[in-house]
Each structure stands twice: as structure tokens, then as C-alpha cells.
Write a new protein. Structure first.
Length: 390
């Protein structure tokens, strides 16, 4: 029994248990220059693409984003099964418009589009269904409906939609944002910042999402034509907590960072780590990595772009996390601790030394002497002391 206890203590102190992927927030200041904003959105895509990291979607957390899509999807499928096709159409359209804008929700998006197309066929609106299925096949050309869910009328609309999705002609889309800059996503893929002209888009329906931190997204399915330029214009619509988010972000750039701001960011987002992108001009850009659990800055690295060429977001993440294990409970464990202040270095070393001392003084002797017939412990007459027998 003592051996088992000692072994569990050693494992608990000396190893890192498997944990969920760390939740990472990528943000910039509320008045960031365009190059900083562009880098922020690119980094979000790079974090989302990594298997060992989980991107925190700010839109979900401060009043918008994909969270509402899940509720709409559930209601829509329930209404569809009850043959309430009008209600199903409305809520499934909301779910589809939400999910298609996020590459990480691709499967949810095609599921929502399929159910929406079914509802539209049932409402005797085949043209709408064909547009819906064209967008579905644009996202997933090899999509196959679940067995028994696509009667002949639905399959006919799907066949026409598939033909529309495979057209070779192309057109142009122009996206803009009233009084500011926003990120542009076409079919869930980040394409750049407004004002933006996207050329070479296949003719047919495309999902367009304009996103700006603190604002509700502008979302639409836009029909791209070979004859005319398709246009979409976004407008700022404040979300709940957007003002609080701005105040929190402003406190991160202090030296040392405002611990209250770090606590508030962790509370608002549920994030464990944060990356702040900041800069005054195109040549002076910086990335700062924060540990939100322990409320301190881990490191800051400059982003240099020789000859005007910006390193890839993947390369910048590698630079920011060099020597760190983002999945470890304390990602500083593998890092050079001298970078961001001696106070944290000394405290980390102090606790490390204390942990090693506990293991050496208590756990190791228990493991060594656990096999003794008297369990290694016995009272010494007339002294009241307890000693370890050798």
C-alpha cells in the first residue's frame, strides 16, 4: 500500500498528466493599425490549424460567433422531424450562415446546409434548395447524405446544386466595412482585410463573413456572377462586453502587465494563454505571450520583416513558443526563464527546489523501505521517537 502511495506521489510531482489542449486567445489593441490586425487574424488561423492548441473565438464569448449556430441547429432539426418546415427553414438558415463562416466547423456547416435544403424542398422552393446544395458541395465536394434522409426530390435538387458548384466560369467580389477595417472570410477561409477585392471566384453562391472584434459579424450568401461584381458592405454593431474587452486589452501592454487585466481576460474567455499583437508601424511589431493562469507575461518577441516580407504565422508561432510546451500545466518548465523578469524566475526555481526536497526527504525513503516486514517504522522505547529502520 505504501509503495502504491509513494509511486502515485512521485508520478504526481514528476510528470505532466495528459490534459486538454490549451485554450489560446489571440488579440490586438482596439485601435490597431491594419498590419497588426492582419497579423492577428492570420495567427488565429495558424492556432486553429494546430492539433495541440485550441483557439478561443472571441465572438462566441462576448455575444456573437458560432455558439448561436449550435442552438439553431438543434431547434431546426427538431422542427424538421416534426414537419414544421417553415420554422425549420428559418433556424437552419441561421445555423448554416453561422457555421459556414468558420473553417473549424466545416462538418457542422454541411450538416446544417443539407437539412436546410431538405426543408426548402419540402416547402416547394427548389431554386432555394439548389443554391443551398451548391454551397454545400462547394464546401465538401464528396458529401454523401445519411442513408434514408434524401428522397428523390432532394436528390434532384442536390444534383443541380452539384452542377452549379462545379462551374468553371469565375467572377469578382468586393468587400468593405463602413468607417473601419474588418477581416474577410469567403466560405470560411480568411482572405484579407477590407477594402478587399477577391477575383477568380467560381460563379455561384459563396458564403461571406466580415468580422471585427467587438462587433457582430456581417454574414451573407452572395451570388458571384461572371457579368457583374458582387459587393458586400459591413457595419459596426457593438456586442455585449465589447467595451470591457477593450479596457482589458489596454491593460496588457503595461510593463509589467496589469494582473487585473489578465485575470479579467481569463474570466471573460476561459482562456489559459493569450497572444497580444502590437506595433506602431510596419517595422516595429511585437508578439507577447501571456500565461493567464498565473497572470504574467512569458515572453515578448519582435516581428521583423526584412525587405517587407512578413514571416509566416506558423513561423511566428514557432518563434513565440520556442523551448516551451504549450500543453504543459506550467509551460515555463522547458523555457529559458531569464527572459521576462527575475521575480518569476526566482519564484519558479524556489518552488521547483521545494518539490525536489519533498521527493528526496519523504517519498524516496518510503519507496526504498516499503518492503520491510514491519513496514519500516517502529517506536523506540523510552524516547517516543519514530525512526526509519535500515
Amino acid at each position: 500500500m505504501i509503495r502504491a502511495l509513494a509511486a502515485s506521489l512521485v508520478l504526481g510531482l514528476c510528470s505532466t498528466a495528459a490534459a486538454d489542449r490549451p485554450r489560446i486567445v489571440v488579440i490586438s489593441g482596439p485601435d490597431a493599425i491594419p498590419v497588426v490586425t492582419a497579423l492577428k487574424w492570420s495567427l488565429r488561423g495558424a492556432v486553429e490549424a494546430r492539433d495541440e492548441m485550441a483557439l478561443v473565438g472571441l465572438g462566441d464569448l462576448i455575444g456573437g460567433g458560432a455558439a448561436a449556430g449550435a442552438m439553431a441547429m438543434e431547434k431546426g432539426v427538431e422542427a424538421l422531424e416534426k414537419m414544421d418546415f417553415d420554422s425549420a427553414s428559418d433556424v437552419l438558415r441561421q445555423a448554416a450562415l453561422t457555421f459556414v463562416g468558420y473553417r473549424s466547423r466545416r462538418q457542422d456547416a454541411v450538416d446544417a446546409l443539407f437539412h436546410l435544403g431538405r426543408a426548402q424542398v419540402a416547402r416547394r422552393k427548389p431554386k432555394q434548395a439548389e443554391t443551398t446544395f451548391a454551397l454545400l458541395f462547394r464546401l465538401m465536394p464528396t458529401y454523401q447524405p445519411p442513408d434514408g434522409t434524401a428522397p428523390p426530390s432532394v436528390r434532384r435538387a442536390m444534383a443541380v446544386g452539384g452542377e452549379r458548384a462545379n462551374q468553371m466560369r469565375s467572377g469578382q467580389l468586393e468587400a468593405s466595412w463602413e468607417g473601419g477595417v474588418a477581416a474577410v472570410f469567403v466560405n470560411g477561409d480568411y482572405r484579407g482585410l477590407t477594402p478587399l477585392s477577391v477575383v477568380g471566384l467560381p460563379v455561384g453562391p459563396h458564403h461571406v463573413r466580415l468580422a471585427k472584434d467587438g462587433s457582430a459579424d456581417t454574414v451573407a450568401v452572395t451570388e458571384v456572377s461572371a457579368r457583374a461584381v458582387a459587393r458586400i458592405v459591413g457595419k459596426f454593431r457593438a456586442l455585449p462586453k465589447s467595451t470591457l474587452l477593450e479596457r482589458v486589452v489596454q491593460g496588457l501592454d503595461y510593463d509589467p502587465p496589469d494582473t487585473d487585466a489578465l485575470r479579467n481576460l481569463a474570466a471573460m474567455t476561459g482562456g489559459q494563454q493569450a497572444i497580444l499583437v502590437r506595433g506602431d508601424d510596419d517595422d516595429e511589431l511585437f508578439l507577447s505571450l501571456y500565461d493567464l493562469t498565473r497572470q504574467h507575461r512569458v515572453r515578448t518577441v519582435p516581428v521583423r520583416a526584412p525587405g517587407g516580407i512578413m514571416p509566416s504565422p506558423e513561423a511566428l508561432l514557432g518563434l513565440l513558443y520556442a523551448g516551451l510546451d504549450p500543453q504543459a500545466p506550467n509551460m515555463l518548465a522547458a523555457a529559458d526563464l531569464a527572459a521576462e523578469g527575475e521575480f518569476w524566475d526566482h519564484r519558479w526555481l524556489l518552488w521547483s527546489a521545494a518539490a525536489v526536497g519533498v521527493i528526496a526527504a519523504v517519498v524516496v525513503p518510503l519507496v526504498i523501505f516499503a518492503d520491510d516486514d514491519t513496514q519500516g517504522l517502529e517506536p523506540t522505547p523510552s524516547t517516543g521517537a519514530i525512526i526509519i529502520r535500515y
